[in-house]
Design a protein around this ligand. Sequence first.
Ligand code: AMP
Length: 374
Amino acid sequence: MRIAVLGGGQLGRMLALEGIPLGHRFTFLEPSPAPPAGPLGTVVAAPYDDRAALARVADTADVVTCEFENVPAASADFLAARLPVLPPPAALQAAQDRLAEKELFRRLGIPTAPFHPLRTPAQLDAALGTTGLPAVIKTRRFGYDGKGQVVARSAAEAAAALDVLGAELIAESFVRFTRELSILAVRGRDGDRVFYPLTENHHHDGILVASYAPAPRITPALQAAAEAMAERVMERLDYVGVLAIELFEARGRLLANEMAPRVHNSGHWTLDGAATSQFENHVRAVTGLPLAVPRMAGPAAMLNIIGELPDAVEVASVPGAHLHLYDKTPRPGRKLGHVNVTGGDEAAVRATARRVRELLGGESSSLPAAVSRG
Ligand code: AMP
């Protein structure tokens, strides 16, 4: 099949790396020059709202998917009128707006931190009345990797956040979580679905730095609760593809923080730690192939390479370390690649992850590689 991907970053690159062996061809609609996915397909270099470019994508593809959810709704609708767009545009729209997303969770009975919309200073009292203090104030749109959000410890700080962040905001209670987890679910065109084990995620300055899978000390009940949340979202949206939901574990309960209607950084370990990766299962889903049950060989870890490139020889010399680079120019805060760690039991994976972390240097080395003991 001819698969068009909205976006041409590292997620598109890895989708193609896993989709080409299944016989597919890839086109990427991507505004920036020389994107990471470029070597793996045809690049239509244009903004996401360029009608001529969208028409070209529609003419040269059998199915459209995305590796970037902030595509204008009008563009997704334009494409969906011509060919299947999977996941469907409604899923992209829900995930673009933190308020719409949290309202969807609420409608579906999925627990979240208390939240309240925030547009004007006049709404501040009502918002803080719902959230209490501290509150996390976030832009509704275009926030990523912790950008566009402020933790307000007083009403004055919340008022200042309104000035800095603009008018379309959401206020949330600050969650004193034990840890952050994510669930990756996949739904096929036939409605079948599979789930990866809950993954434990560590962030630094809002950027994911390390993931451990399966998350240590996960009970079947917690896994089932996370799967039920993803299932409800997927059924409601008639979803096809990989869906990631980021979760907080607090007092033994799961709260949904946000969802991504695409393959997700916290699932990169599946390239080496699962018999079928999130990327292959996403391609299977959108092309109508049966999904593969994601069996794991054992525990796995993933360490992001952020800002600076490590010595590839040193990393590749570590037994059980799998180096993935995205062919990106180093820049502070930029995700340049990741290292997956597999082999042995949880303690062995953790020890290797610590060693890799030391080799990563720069920004990545200041990051936690140890699994939390909550
Ligand atoms: P987000 O952009 O919503 O994924 O937030 C980025 C990171 O900020 C999360 O991974 C958490 O570490 C933290 N965070 C976001 N929302 C909250 C919250 N309501 N309470 C505590 N921490 C939060």
